[in-house]
Design a protein around this ligand. Structure first.
Ligand code: NAD
Length: 462
């Protein structure tokens, strides 16, 4: 027994030393290399895919094109044409056809039971992520869902509870955190350049009421709501939070020493959304009668347990180009994605307090994150939002290959997506504060409870 205790102590010490070394090397405090825990690290990661729309097809193509360690034994979609296209895609690139599922909305359960499947990637609409992810883990398989992650508070608890029960891994495929600049900022925070950080802003402002084609992506041609439309018609919370909130959450160590404690929220009326539908379908159409609940602009203010504050902005209908902005304020400086960077002591100051914004690029050469330094060419070749999708997908593949916890896990996904219903409750109470559940049940208080897991600091064995 004591031998076992000694061994785990050795491992802990090893991990701590590894973490210290990673910091010294300019990393993020994660372990630079991790002994693979899978019995055979060379065995393929066998990944099935559910949901073969634009996003699922892109991810499927990336998996079979750029990850030789991955095989795809099965794919699933309710739409026969999409299912067939997914099967053909894999066959064309890999030479063998995956099995197809999609007889009904629960056929994925049969797929998840397959013995030749290690993990399932889910890229359906968000409303079903909680159910599908929980079912997949119940079938004994690892799972990743696309953004935005679990939709309701019940879904958030369900993925956490099932993960804890079965020990399988859940990853949220939130790629914006892996962006070149966002990871550079994380690297700079770890180097202490911002000093103590206490305020952040983030956003997802994406005009999909006209979708770039002039046609609504919220309402289908037959005037029924798409899953995106149901986000804004069935509720009025910040229902797509991950692209915004995940980045400052990782910058500020949310769930690793701090946590979201409560939020207050407010929104404007849903005027733009309604006007577009009337313009496209006519004032007497069925679509014009849809009562959209979510306003055209929604802001949520989140207070953390350590007294810090984050603002999350959300809109699917503002008339403006795609706009995903971030701000981080520390006691030694500020990053403002739309303006630049100011660091006391490094940026130009004519007198104290009268400084100038430096272009973000000024800092890239020195502080670009090691994974971007090493693998930018591969990431850019793979494509997907300027390369960041590649790093996110690679972490998922490695989660499966090495049977290890991901960087963005079920606790993070639950904390981010709890903001949907919590902001809605606050709006219902005219901006009153609403408590955000602690999905870690107190573990967040130890900043090191997830230490030792690989994060983007770890350049993993190829
Ligand atoms: N990370 C990103 O940048 C990014 C970009 C676009 C979309 N997404 C996410 O990817 C997901 C898919 O987006 P999309 O634009 O491809 O949507 P989509 O509606 O075009 O495709 C979803 C597909 O899932 C299928 N589906 C739904 N329920 C199913 C079930 N029970 N069984 C089998 N198939 C089912 C549908 O038939 C459809 O083909 C969404 O969650 C979205 O939020 C992420």
């Amino acid at each position: 027994m004591s031998g076992h205790a000694d061994k785990s102590l050795d491992r802990r010490q090893f991990l701590q030393q590894g973490a210290a070394a990673a910091v010294a090397l300019g990393g993020l405090g994660a372990v630079a290399s991790e002994t693979p825990r899978k019995e055979d690290p060379d065995a393929p990661a066998r990944i099935a895919v559910i949901g073969l729309g634009g996003r699922g097809t892109f991810l499927l193509r990336s998996l079979v094109s750029y990850f030789p360690q991955v095989t795809v034994p099965a794919v699933c979609d309710l739409k026969p044409d999409r299912l067939q296209a997914g099967i053909e895609l894999v066959k064309k690139i890999r030479g063998t056809a995956p099995a197809g599922y999609g007889k009904d909305e629960f056929d994925y359960r049969n797929m998840a039971q397959r013995e030749d499947v290690d993990a399932v990637l889910v890229a359906t609409g968000v409303q079903v992520f909680g159910t599908i992810a929980t079912d997949v883990m119940k079938a004994g398989k690892h799972v990743a869902t696309e953004v935005t992650g679990p939709h309701s508070l019940d879904d958030c608890w369900a993925i956490v509870e099932e993960k804890e029960r079965c020990g399988k891994h859940y990853m949220l495929l939130e790629q914006c955190v892996y962006g070149d600049v966002n990871l550079m900022i994380l690297n700079m925070i770890k180097h202490g350049l911002f000093g103590e950080t206490y305020y952040a802003e983030c956003s997802y402002v994406h005009d999909i009421k006209t979708g770039g084609s002039g046609k609504s992506r919220l309402v289908e041609a037959d005037q029924t709501l798409s899953w995106r439309g149901r986000l804004v018609a069935d509720g009025h919370g910040s229902s797509y939070p991950a692209h915004g909130i995940a980045t400052p959450a990782k910058w500020m160590g949310i769930n690793d020493g701090d946590r979201f404690e409560y939020c207050i929220a407010m929104m404007s009326e849903p005027r733009e959304i309604h006007a577009q539908v009337v313009e496209q379908f006519g004032p007497d159409s069925a679509a014009a009668k849809i009562q959209f609940q979510t306003g055209d602009f929604l802001s949520t203010l989140i207070k953390t347990a350590k007294g810090r504050m984050i603002r999350l902005d959300y809109s699917l209908s503002n008339t403006r180009p795609y706009s995903r902005y971030y701000l981080l304020q520390g006691m030694n400086g500020c990053f403002e994605s739309r303006t630049g960077l100011f660091l006391k002591g490094a940026s130009k100051e004519s007198s104290p307090g009268y400084g100038t914004w430096d272009p973000v690029e000024t800092f890239l050469e020195k502080y670009r994150h090691p994974i971007w330094r090493k693998d930018a060419a591969t990431a850019l070749k793979t494509g997907g939002h300027g390369g960041m999708d590649y790093f996110c997908l690679r972490d998922f593949v490695d989660m499966v290959r090495y049977n290890r916890e991901p960087w963005i896990d079920c606790y993070d996904a639950a904390a981010y997506n709890a903001l949907n219903q919590c902001s809605q409750k606050s709006i219902d109470a005219k901006g009153a504060p609403v408590e955000i559940p602690d999905f870690t049940k107190g573990k967040w208080q130890d900043p090191d409870w997830r230490k030792g897991r690989p994060s983007p600091a770890a350049v993993l064995p190829a």
